[in-house]
Design a protein around this ligand. Structure first.
Ligand SMILES: C[S@@+](CC[C@H](N)C(=O)[O-])C[C@H]1O[C@@H](n2cnc3c(N)ncnc32)[C@H](O)[C@@H]1O
Length: 425
């Protein structure tokens, strides 16, 4: 991978960009928050910097476990990151040792007098690392942090935790949702989404400019498939931005109102609608305190959550989160479910979804909602391409990254469809 680029000058802006991103994540900033760190790079360098940073973040503990055996003491953070980058380029990407070691030495020489003093050490360590392919292949996948791993093991066992970690390690290819009657590039997945075989430049693919499809993980697309929107139905999309699910609802012909608390994220939703030639009402508001003019036929609640189902695509997440926000998120989700049921017309349906691996934000949230609203009925999923094993005892849909191992996995999600009683007020 990227073999030609190993002969670049040691000043390689892509590697420097990657190191800025990695350093930022280790200081607590997400990759998404760091767009400015590589904004000035040429498009090719920017893409390469992102690829390298993602790869290092996906392998950071694995790299450290080899590096530690060659280091008498821990180097300063910037030097350690150069070593991590070199290790991943050598062993994960299989790049030529000469180019990688030279580049790493060049980078460390650039890092001030203390960096220069480390040049010999970096050279020696990476040369030793460069012959450790067998050791690298035998390392276990990157382990989830305890606050996530423990509840996963408690729910599904240690074997599943390991399978999920293996799926995280693999990363994710882009999935596309396609407008009815249109086609999309890539392989059709069992649930109707399309999966590209490589990331590449999405906007150059056929049908992008025409707005025939949009990028949306196959698991995320199932929330709207479970809602089963009908033409002209009144549907409220609560917590809607950046709008993947709003696009699905609008493409089905529903009269959609998209509500989100974040105006900047709603701007992205508006751009997505424009590109796809679709329309929806857009409301910037706190869903807890907003009331629709007419009670809707259906509400989609894609609630804010830990996003732990998206680690395949966001390997920075376990490094910047400590689980302390989860209790607050669970409380907000419960309040949003109550509010969604309240605004729904009698007999209407609510789909609740979270992109989380935590039962507290999925299975347990559904159980608690049913206890608070005993007249509400769960309608188990009846959609194309899902396995019966994915349906939970209470009729929710549990999706995990280790599902579809031969197709490349899917995001973790929990989705449940609830029916408000006809007699409810
Ligand atoms: C999981 S994301 C939604 C993704 C979106 N449904 C999609 O498919 O593209 C959660 C969203 O909830 C929004 N949010 C958080 N708290 C909210 C609240 N109290 N009211 C409305 N939106 C809220 C966030 O701004 C964020 O955009």
């Amino acid at each position: 991978m990227d073999k030609a680029k190993t002969t670049r000058s040691p000043q390689d802006p892509a590697r420097k960009g990657a190191l800025r991103l990695i350093g930022g994540v280790l200081e607590g900033q997400s990759l998404a928050e760091q767009a400015g760190a590589i904004a000035r790079l040429a498009p090719q360098d920017k893409a390469r910097a992102q690829r390298l940073a993602l790869s290092v973040l996906r392998n950071i503990d694995r790299a450290d476990s080899l590096l530690v055996t060659h280091l008498s003491r821990k180097p300063r953070p910037d030097v350690l990151n150069i070593l991590r980058l070199g290790t991943v380029e050598l062993l994960e990407h299989g790049e030529a040792p000469h180019g990688v070691v030279n580049a790493a030495v060049g980078l460390v020489r650039n890092a001030g007098p203390k960096g220069r003093a480390a040049a010999g050490m970096v050279n020696a360590v990476l040369r030793k690392i460069s012959v450790q392919q067998t050791d690298w292949a035998s390392l276990r996948p990157e382990e989830m942090p305890g606050w996530l791993r423990d509840p996963v093991i408690a729910k599904w066992g240690a074997g599943v935790a390991l399978n999920i970690e293996a799926a995280h390690q693999q990363g994710a290819l882009p999935d596309l949702s396609v407008k009815p009657g249109q086609s999309a590039p890539g392989e059709r997945l069992p649930t109707g989404s399309f999966r590209l075989r490589e990331a590449g430049q999405i906007s150059r693919l056929p049908g992008y400019a025409e707005g025939n499809w949009w990028v949306q993980d196959a698991a995320a697309a199932l929330a709207v498939r479970m809602l089963d929107p009908k033409p002209d139905e009144l549907i409220v999309d609560l917590c809607a931005a950046p709008g993947g699910k709003t696009l699905q609802l609008a493409a089905a012909g529903a009269a959609v109102t998209a509500v989100d608390i974040s105006a900047p994220r709603l701007e992205r939703l508006r751009e997505n609608l424009d590109r796809c030639g679709l329309t929806a009402g857009i409301v910037a508001a706190d869903a807890l305190h907003w009331t629709p003019a007419t009670a809707p036929d259906a509400v989609l609640l894609d609630a804010p959550c830990s996003a732990t189902g998206t680690i395949r695509r966001h390997p920075d997440l376990p490094l910047i989160r400590d689980g302390s926000a989860i209790a607050g998120l669970c409380e907000l989700q419960a309040r949003l479910i109550d509010r969604a049921l309240e605004m729904l017309r009698p007999g209407g349906r609510l789909v609740f979804a979270t992109c989380s691996l935590l039962p507290a934000e999925g299975e347990d949230q559904l159980a608690a909602a049913l206890a608070r609203h005993p007249a509400v009925v769960v309608e188990p999923p009846d959609v194309e391409g899902i396995s019966p094993d994915w349906i939970t005892a209470r009729g929710g849909l549990r999706l995990r990254p280790d599902y579809w191992p031969d197709l490349g996995g899917m995001d973790g999600f929990f989705i449940a469809r609830l029916r408000k009683p006809e007699t409810a007020r």
